[in-house]
Ligand binder design. Structure first.
Ligand code: COA
Length: 214
């Protein structure tokens, strides 16, 4: 049995999410998605051409979901956590359920709890006793250590390392190759710049960068 799936956002991140959903077909234990296509309210001409090359239809704006076939699921293919949150709120009004897509080459521990809309790129690794909220995205080769909590709409970008016992609040972005040392907390809607090393708690709503991050 296959489940109809729509990717929201046809930018680079959305098209990467599509490749993850396609890759899941090789793993009989995971849901098999039937890709209906992309929705996007403001696709660029360039991205429309790229979508065409992937041989997946562009369906129209987000409102397309209102009359989607029964049991259609959506996945938000937007990398920026706060834009993803805003779009998720609009999409939720249309009644489709959020799908989680986990690449077969991601390593997700057996006791991991995650909310709907979870996306794990190839090479993402989450070890043990980790709780992930709704619409958390772990990009390529990102790692999350034991006993950590990542709240709703957190993004961990490629090669970033979140150590054990960390708490990332809602809407946090951890930039590419950044590290968060063990036991630390990153506050709501804060951004850790690419390559940063977080060595103390980060308050809400700030951007930190550098080594040590400040
Ligand atoms: C930290 C970050 C959020 C800052 O963005 P911004 O506010 O638009 O910053 P700007 O590009 O205007 O740069 C402001 C200053 O910070 C410096 N800077 C930018 N990013 C930096 C980083 N990651 N580490 C150290 N310094 C950085 C710039 O060189 C510039 O310095 P200057 O004022 O001396 O010229 C952003 O650069 C970043 O690292 N985002 C994460 C990107 C990422 O993970 N991409 C992967 C996508 S998959």
């Amino acid at each position: 049995m296959t489940i109809p799936l729509v990717v929201v956002g046809c930018g680079g991140h959305g098209r990467e999410v599509l490749t993850i959903a396609r890759a899941m077909d090789v793993d009989a234990r995971r849901p098999r998605w039937r890709l209906l296509g992309f929705v996007d309210d403001r696709p660029s001409e360039e991205n429309l051409k790229r979508v065409q090359r992937l041989d997946v239809p562009f369906l129209g704006g987000v409102a397309w979901l209102r009359d989607a076939p029964p049991d259609t699921h959506h996945v938000i293919g937007i990398g920026d956590p706060r834009i993803r949150r805003a779009v998720a709120r609009r999409v939720e009004d249309h009644g489709t359920a959020a799908a989680s897509v986990v690449h077969p080459a991601a390593t997700i521990g057996p006791d991991i709890v995650h909310g709907p809309g979870f996306v794990a790129f190839p090479g993402a690794r989450v070890t043990t006793n980790v709780t992930l909220g709704r619409h958390v995205h772990l990009n390529q080769n990102a790692t999350v250590g034991h006993d950590s909590t990542l709240a709703d709409f957190v993004s961990v970008n490629p090669l970033a390392a979140v150590s054990g016992d960390c708490h990332l609040a809602e809407g946090v972005l951890i930039g590419t190759t950044a590290a968060v040392l063990q036991g630390l907390r990153v506050g709501r809607d804060s951004t850790v710049g690419a390559g940063a090393c977080v060595v103390r708690d980060v308050p809400d709503g700030v951007v930190v960068k550098g080594v040590p991050a400040r």
